[in-house]
Design a protein. Structure first.
Lengths: 277, 429, 328
């Protein structure tokens, strides 16, 4: 009996190892490239023979990258905050209130989640050009909010449904004001859901490439994923491989931190609706 | 999870993040405003130009000459022509005021002019640009009889051949093919190397053949697809060449640099390519370089000299520039006689001002200057139309691979595709 | 990027089930009071008020542009010929639908969609089983699997690109002596590999949600009855998981159909590897042809609508928004 469990454990361990390797190799590879010196960049070895931080120094000295990083962070944060606030309002209404048009809103959100974003590229390009929103922060924040909202609404309403709202009433009976009841009882219960939703929405905005490449043209609003594909080398004859890899690693860091610290939350956020009807 | 204290602690950073984000929104537009150069003091002229190693020295020289009237800043465009164009196009479509002077490939000038993105050259500026500039390059800068660009440099391919194998450079493509076939029979290096991949290089080759055969791809006003008998003969010539057994096996995949390298490796007897191959060869294999001569690219008919497609760059001023006057002046300075000579000697780009070719310094840096000048005086210009980008894309797709050309049928296909492109019905792949 | 929007779909199914389950009781409870009491009206107003901003933004940024793009698609509108803007009816549709490039791109997109979704379903099921049932290192596996899900697609695409570039890459040196990204078949294979790597974990997460619904005692019972593990999988697990599988399939199919980032970085559409999204982008940004670009936008929208419709029709009650049973 003990023997079979050890064997089973070994078997699962092997499968785990395959998954881990499969998932991590491309990430480790680009990290490895980012630490290679120009001389060893083309040696095709998985582990750098000579280590250097030069690529990182280079990108942080170029305006191109720093501006793009500021844009990426700023745009993703603002879009996340707005999407979570608007989403929380709608999710509260959906999970707590009864009003006509509720199902319609849910349906519309579903449609938008499935919407082919590329269909918006031509009209948005033209509309934003006319409104002067092209190549500005709001010009990207708006579509990001739109496509993050369905995600925010569904995740949040699944969370809100679990909150025992009766506690609020109980607190008020104990003499707390409405505001106090909300702050002391409801907000702490809702916070984890909001936080998880915020992470998911942030990852979504952080990831976008299609809108960023069509609706921006300069460092003014260009985000890092797009800036990566516009990097030019130090000289005419040099490919900026090292710099691209270093920049790629920098924008992967937040994702890795999220995943490391909030794995449980992200998994529950992504699966909550499906599991807890 | 439900510990209120924990929740409160966690909430704080978020508030701070919101505040930081709000602050960023306020700062961002200001930062952007600074970028485009304030109106007070010396205006900054942003020059967007393809990478050219010593152009910064030219820019410095012009800045010194300007004595504080303006300051040019050289912003290097990406290396690939397509990327250069896309970058400028998106910004102009957004009416970006941060671009002043643009270095446009000769084939984009009409497109940018038609879209009202660049300013017409008029008055004194125009007179100065037209003065002494070669007619061919100047023609590439015109659109509906107005001047939209100042040619800074031109470019033209030459025939490079092995003097030790070929006593006399061939006058026509057919002569070249038979000479190569003969060499092949003798077991000597015989290949005729040139660019045949599905890209602009193939269009350049076909345009050279078509113009040399007296053909017309477009009508003179650039509004109709013609594809006359001459262009069909050019198709026959291209097909004959591709199937003659003297091309490189990788002809249908070859671009400039691989062609140069293949010739350098000693396999070729002939090479049709841009002048940059010569200094490169001198550096890589000086022995071989001594055996290599140059001549005008062969023609299609024995008694009609060839017309060779020209490339190069025109300087244009953005319609959204806030300092148009200074921009015109700056553009003129960068392409003036002295600076064209500097760029020709240091970066190897052929000048557009005829007089520069007579300069004694040129003879050393540019031994093939007479042949280049000869070709430039009877040039082939690629179709002048705002839709060139689409036309070129569909042409290279239809012409590729050249060995599969069926002249009459291919000409019909080209005519239809070009007509569609001219009516904005061309679909890009 | 769009990957992240899809979980919403999984939830919708549950959402609406829950909705239906609670609504009647609530309505019944309220029925006792006078209809449209002050309270109820206030509740309605509050509900609308709270939903209005979200609804407004979503409509403004999707509905209006899509209508506008229908309008643009009926015109000759080329930024290079601003003076020649005119109404041309359905001409652009004829142009695109009779164009070889469009159908090539359509074929490429369809191929990528079918192959990647099929492979992801198999791999995703395996990964879901591992994440759900592994006896050791569950946290580690889940954390690692989330990395492809979270990573910026462009970053992953660059990693694959360099891995397959001769000279630079460990994979190119290992597997081939040519340049795999310059040939059509190998380029497409690499694009699909990159897509599968990136989205399998997401598929697995959706399937894991379904897996969690499989009652443990049912499995035990089957086991004591002498069922093999394969029988347990097909006879017990799959039927319970069916709704989750269909939701996952629908969302991954629609998502795969939008493939853009990977192609942009890996081949930029060279050697006939453009997807329809890539083609629309090229005609808009490189070609500056708003008429043709918008026509493609509308056609892609229609294609996606048709796929969604077919899914709902084919799988009927099991599709999102209409499944009632099994969830609880």
């Amino acid at each position: 009996m003990a023997d079979t469990t050890t064997r089973a454990k070994l078997r699962w361990g092997l499968l785990d190892a395959i998954v881990v390797v499969f998932a991590l190799v491309p990430v480790l590879w680009i990290m490895s490239l980012s630490f290679k010196t120009p001389a060893t960049l083309t040696d095709g070895k998985f582990i750098p023979q000579e280590w250097t931080l030069d690529n990182y120094r280079t990108i942080f000295q170029t305006d191109q990258f720093v501006r793009a990083l500021v844009n990426s962070i700023g745009i993703a944060l603002i879009a996340t905050v707005i999407a979570v606030v608007l989403g929380a309002m709608a999710a509260y209404a959906i999970s707590r209130l009864d009003f006509p048009g509720k199902r319609l809103l849910v349906g519309v959100s579903l449609l938008i989640a499935m919407f082919p974003q590329v269909s918006l590229v031509s009209p948005l390009f033209e509309i934003e050009r006319q409104l002067g929103l092209f190549d500005t922060w709001p010009g990207l924040i708006l579509p990001y909010i739109t496509f993050a909202l369905p995600l925010a609404i569904y995740t949040l309403s699944a969370f809100f449904k679990q909150i025992p709202w009766d506690l609020e009433k109980a607190a008020k009976m104990d003499g707390a004001t409405q505001a106090q009841a909300f702050r002391r009882v409801i907000a702490p219960l809702a916070a984890p859901g909001l936080f998880t939703t915020a992470i998911l929405v942030f990852i979504f905005c952080w990831n976008d490439f299609l809108f960023a490449i069509t609706l921006t043209s300069t460092e003014r609003a260009r985000t890092v994923p797009v800036a990566l594909s516009f990097f030019t080398g130090e000289s005419q004859f040099e490919d900026p491989t090292g710099a691209i890899c270093a920049a790629a690693v920098v924008i992967t860091i937040p994702i890795i931190l999220f995943v490391l610290f909030f794995q449980r939350r992200i998994v529950s956020g992504l699966t909550s609706g499906a599991v807890k009807g | 999870m439900s510990d209120p204290d924990k929740a409160r602690r966690r909430r704080r950073p978020r508030v701070r993040a919101v505040a930081a984000a709000a602050a960023l929104t306020l700062v961002a537009p200001m930062a952007a405003a600074c970028g485009s150069g304030g109106d007070g003091g010396t205006p900054t002229i942003n020059l967007y130009y393809p990478p050219e190693q010593n152009l910064q020295k030219v820019v410095d020289d012009c800045n010194a000459q300007a004595q504080g009237r303006y300051k040019i800043v050289y912003r290097v465009l990406p290396r690939q022509a397509d990327d250069q164009r896309v970058q400028m196009v998106r910004r102009l479509a957004a009416q970006d005021t941060g671009m002043d002077v643009l270095g446009l490939d000769v084939t984009w000038t009409q497109e940018f002019a038609s879209a009202d993105w660049i300013r017409e050259w008029t008055g004194q500026d125009r007179a100065e640009v037209e003065q002494g500039t070669l007619a061919g390059p100047l023609e590439t800068a015109r659109y509906s009889d107005k001047l939209y660009g100042a040619p800074k440099n031109t470019n033209v391919q030459l025939l490079w051949y092995r003097k030790d194998l070929v006593p006399q450079p061939p006058k026509t493509w057919d002569q070249m093919i038979s000479a190569a076939q003969e060499l092949k029979q003798q077991g000597k290096p015989y290949r005729v190397l040139t660019m045949g991949a599905q890209y602009e290089g193939l269009v350049v080759l076909y345009n050279t053949l078509a113009e040399s055969a007296g053909g017309k791809i477009l009508s003179d006003d650039g509004k109709q697809a013609v594809m006359d008998a001459g262009t069909v003969r050019a198709l026959e010539q291209l097909q004959r060449f591709a199937t003659s057994g003297v091309t490189s096996p990788s002809f249908s995949n070859a671009t400039e640099d691989p062609v140069r390298l293949e010739f350098q490796s000693g396999d070729g007897a002939f090479q049709v390519n841009w002048p940059f191959v010569y200094p490169a060869m001198q550096e890589a294999d000086p022995e071989l370089a001594k055996k290599v001569g140059w001549a005008r690219v062969p023609g299609v008919d024995e008694n009609t000299p060839s017309k060779v497609t020209i490339g190069g760059i025109n300087m244009a001023v953005s319609a959204y520039s806030k300092h148009p006057e200074e921009s015109f002046e700056a553009a003129r300075c960068i392409r003036n006689e002295k600076n064209q000579k500097f760029s020709a000697v240091n970066d190897g780009v052929p000048p557009t001002i005829e007089k520069v070719y007579d300069d004694p310094e040129m003879a050393e840096a540019y031994p093939m200057k007479d042949t280049i000048l000869e070709e430039l005086k009877e040039p082939a210009v690629r179709p002048l139309t705002p839709a060139y980008q689409s036309i070129s894309t569909v042409m290279s797709a239809i012409l590729s691979p050249p060995s599969a050309i069926r002249p009459e049928q291919t000409a019909d296909e080209l005519r239809d595709a070009i007509a569609d492109a001219l009516e904005s019905k061309g679909v890009l792949p | 990027m769009s990957v992240n929007a899809t979980p919403a779909g999984a939830e919708v199914a549950a959402e609406e089930t829950a909705d239906r389950a609670t609504a009647p009781t609530r309505r019944a409870g309220r029925g006792r009071k006078a209809p449209l009491s002050e309270n109820k009206r206030a509740e309605r107003r509050l509900g609308w008020l709270l939903c209005a901003p979200a609804a407004l933004v979503m409509l403004l940024v999707t509905a209006y542009p899509i209508i506008y793009s229908v309008w643009l698609s009926l015109q000759r509108y080329d930024l290079r010929f601003p003076a020649e803007r005119e109404f041309v009816g359905l001409e652009n549709y004829v142009t695109v639908l009779t164009n070889e490039f469009w159908w090539t791109a359509f074929g490429v997109t369809a191929l990528i969609t079918v192959v990647t979704v099929a492979v992801e379903l198999v791999l995703g099921m395996g990964l879901a089983l591992i994440m759900h049932r592994t006896l050791v290192g569950r946290g580690l596996v889940r954390t690692s699997a989330l990395i492809p899900y979270g990573i910026v697609t462009v970053v992953a695409a660059f990693s694959w690109r360099y891995a397959w570039t001769p000279g630079t890459g460990y994979l190119a040196n290992l597997f081939s002596d040519g340049a795999p990204l310059t040939e059509r078949a190998s380029s497409l294979a690499i694009i699909m590999l990159a897509e599968i790597w990136k989205t399998t974990p997401f598929m697995a997460l959706l399937l894991m949600a379904g897996l969690a619904l499989v009652p443990e005692d049912l499995l035990k019972a089957a086991s004591t009855d002498g069922a093999t593990s394969w029988q347990r999988f097909t006879k017990v697990m799959l039927p319970v998981m069916k709704p989750a599988i269909l939701v996952a399939l629908l969302f991954r199919t629609l998502d795969a159909f939008r493939v853009f980032d990977n192609i942009f970085v890996l081949t930029a559409g060279g050697n006939e590897t453009s997807s329809v999204s890539m083609l629309a982008y090229n005609n808009l940004i490189r070609g500056l042809n708003l008429g043709i670009g918008s026509t493609m936008s509308v056609l892609i929208f229609l294609a996606v609508a048709i796929i969604a419709f077919v899914f709902v029709k084919l799988f009927g009650t099991a599709a999102p928004g209409s499944d009632d049973g099994e969830r609880r």
